[in-house]
Design a protein around this ligand. Structure first.
Ligand code: ME8
Length: 674
């Protein structure tokens, strides 16, 4: 890694239609840890986060709550910012797409695209998913969105288009020449396959709503929310600014070194964004890193599923560092990973309270007790043992391994390495028994005691310096207990064994990680319940039957109400043909986490059904199972697959987990339910 360079890292800018949850906190704290380490390595680091505030989605949420859009976005954006401040996130700037500076920059990007001849006017008539802000090609009225399964709306609009189709080859060449452009490899392959399947021009304006950045020269239109949002990465650092100082900031920091995103938004970042930049003849970001999802109770934590946990809850009970450590250590970065209060408390107690906490408290307490709180002088000759060298060697290897792994975004493995040093030093203390040596008389024993405690304290210093970007609050405390000052100004490139000043006076010794007791979990669960019930944020509704489409979200218009008393006649019910079917074959639908393709025997024929039950059922376990099928539904297409019928399932809990309907007695395949 070169020194003295700039490093520009960004999070996605978060939608203000939902209150912040642990998923948003995750990306932000990962970036924060990376930014902090880069600063400690001497990089001129710029870390950007912010909120994405435009679009019909936000306009509708605001209107539904009777609030003017600007006031609504001000409120929710402030919540994101307050959370990040509470989390101690070291962002350098917080961009809002409703900022004047952003609008100016986004319009400047538009002008450039237009000047270079990549924008033209055309008409689009078809289906549109409001939730994903996506046009759904080749789909009929009411068709479900291929991304989220919600019903699409029919729109007919005269729009501006971007000539995305002109960039397929250029993008593929760029991916080939820059193998690290998209990480990890699996996401890179997905993007390459998407581009190879052909790119169509992209509609980049909307005229059916007002809440957006006006198109330069044609204010009846607002810019497509993704073009608007993606441009934040340059507008925040001064692209399109009027004054020279701000422009200089853009020159200094662009291109970004890392755009960190969740895996669901790779297409926007890895295809659209580079194509816009190529068209405007601007440099491309160096790395786009897509991480996996934080799951809670086995499905993606998200507002629409209603299965969210708030970062505040964890912070209020266990503190910021516990949350950061857990998410970076427990989740293999890049893959999906589960969050649970049990695992959090277990990890906190074992790695922080026990391992690091114990190492710090016993080493420092013994130095206090036996050496009056001054770092003892090790004795390289008389009182030296092979075990001391082993710790020193392991510490030196840890510095190198931690750097290699952390800077390769393998946070979990980097922390594992550092914690094996912690474990080794704790074991070293148990074996060397300094408390026994301290009881013995004579200079040699005194020298041996000094060497043991020096070795432990020096190893503690090394781990503390390495862990600072991950545990910014507690490492400050340990550092000052070691008698050292300003850990964040410590230059990590200088980290070497033997730098603990001999004879240096320790600071005041206090426990850094108090053990969490059993009530911690209950307290967090209770806080979540209270926050959920008192939250003003829209919650998802629970559907009574599982279907190929996920549960309705608050953002989706409610289904049309039945007859005024809410009841239907028996004739209405008899119109629905429910049959017993048996699953003959089941497989996951590629690229759709929630969907399974099933072949279901209903006595008279075998039907293909696409069902949104993949998060609850393994395909292999369904084969042979009897299910209830709505057999006379009109066929519809999901992810290009025709679905002939709907499997009946209960929708359980806030997250709408599907549970298949079944029978206690054996029933013949094809039997009708009435
Ligand atoms: O997509 N696990 O905003 P958004 C992990 N405004 N990360 C999660 C997560 C989860 N369960 N839930 C959310 C948008 N995230 C657009 C982005 S950028 C120009 C515009 C994180 O509010 C993750 O980083 O839906 C994901 O990509 C982002 O929040 C989505 O936030």
């Amino acid at each position: 890694m070169d020194k003295g360079q700039k490093f520009y890292i960004t999070t996605p800018i978060y939608y203000v239609n939902a209150r912040p949850h642990l998923g948003h906190a995750y990306t932000t704290l990962v970036c924060d840890a990376v930014a902090r380490r880069r600063r400690m390595l001497g990089y001129d680091t710029f870390f950007l986060t912010g909120t994405d505030e435009h679009g019909v989605h936000v306009e509708r949420s605001a209107t539904a709550s009777g609030t003017p859009p600007q006031k609504w976005v001000d409120q929710v954006s402030a919540e994101f910012r307050a959370l990040f401040d509470k989390m101690g996130i070291s962002y350098n700037d917080f961009i809002r797409t409703s900022d004047a500076r952003h609008k100016r920059g986004a319009q400047e990007l538009w002008r450039r695209l237009q000047e270079k001849g990549f924008i033209y006017k055309g008409t689009y008539t078809g289906q549109y998913c409001v939730f994903d802000e996506l046009y759904v090609d080749a789909a009929g009225p009411g068709a479900p969105c291929p991304e989220c399964g919600r019903p699409t709306e029919t729109v007919s609009e005269e729009n501006y288009y971007f000539k995305l189709s002109a960039f397929a080859d250029k993008l593929l060449t760029h991916f080939q020449e820059h193998p690290d452009f998209i990480r990890p490899e699996t996401r890179r392959n997905e993007v390459i396959a998407f581009v190879k399947s052909g790119l169509r021009d992209l509609s980049i304006s909307r005229s059916t709503f007002k809440w957006g950045v006006p198109v330069p020269g044609d204010p009846k239109h607002v810019m497509y929310v993704w073009l608007d949002a993606l441009s934040n990465y340059i507008t925040a650092i001064g692209f399109g600014a009027e004054d020279q100082d701000t422009q200089a900031r853009y020159q200094r920091y662009w291109p970004a070194d890392v755009h960190m995103i969740g895996k669901e938004i790779i297409r926007f970042h890895c295809v659209y964004w580079p194509a816009f930049l190529m068209a405007a003849e601007l440099p491309l970001p160096k790395n786009i890193i897509a991480h996996g999802w934080l799951l809670f109770e086995e499905s993606k934590m998200s507002k629409s599923r209603g299965n969210i946990v708030r970062a505040d809850t964890v912070i209020d009970v266990l503190g910021n560092d516990a949350l950061r450590y857990f998410l970076l250590r427990e989740i293999v970065f890049g893959q999906d990973g589960s969050f649970s209060f049990d695992a959090l408390v277990q990890r906190y107690n074992s790695d922080l309270a026990n391992d690091l906490g114990n190492l710090a408290s016993r080493t420092l307490t013994m130095i206090q007790r036996y050496f009056g709180g001054a770092v003892p002088y090790p004795s390289p000759l008389v009182a030296h043992a092979a075990a001391d060298d082993a710790i020193r060697e392991q510490a030196e290897a840890t510095v190198a391994d931690f750097a290699r792994l952390f800077d390769d975004y393998q946070f979990s493995r980097a922390l594992e390495t550092a914690w094996s040093l912690v474990g080794a030093v704790n074991k070293y203390l148990v074996e060397q028994e300094p408390w026994v040596v301290a009881e013995k008389e004579g200079e040699e024993n005194k020298a041996r005691l000094a060497t043991i405690l020096y070795t432990a304290a020096e190893a503690l210093r090394v781990v503390t310096a390495l862990a600072h970007p991950v545990l910014p609050e507690s490492t400050v405390k340990i550092w000052s207990q070691l008698g050292l000052r300003e850990i964040s100004k410590f230059n990590l490139t200088d980290l070497k064994w033997g730098q603990l000043p001999l004879g240096g006076k320790l600071g005041k010794i206090e426990a850094v990680f108090p053990r969490a007791d059993k009530t911690a979990i209950e307290r967090m669960q209770q806080m979540e319940q209270e926050r959920t019930s008192s939250s003003a944020a829209p919650q998802s509704s629970t559907s009574t039957a599982g279907s190929a489409a996920p549960a309705q979200s608050a953002a989706t218009p409610a289904p049309t109400a039945p007859a005024s008393d809410g009841k239907i006649t028996i004739d209405d019910f008899m119109k629905v043909e429910l049959r017993v079917g048996q699953v003959k074959f089941a497989e996951k639908v590629k690229g759709a986490d929630r969907l399974l393709r099933l072949e279901v025997d209903i006595g008279t024929e075998v039907r293909q059904v696409v069902a949104g039950i993949a998060l609850a059922y393994e395909p292999e376990k369904l084969v042979g199972r009897k299910v209830v099928l709505v057999a006379n539904l009109q066929p519809r297409k999901l992810r290009g697959l025709e679905s002939n019928g709907m499997i009946v399932a209960a929708s359980v809990g806030d997250e709408g987990k599907p549970v298949l309907a079944g029978f206690l007695e054996d029933v013949p395949v094809g039997a009708k339910l009435k």
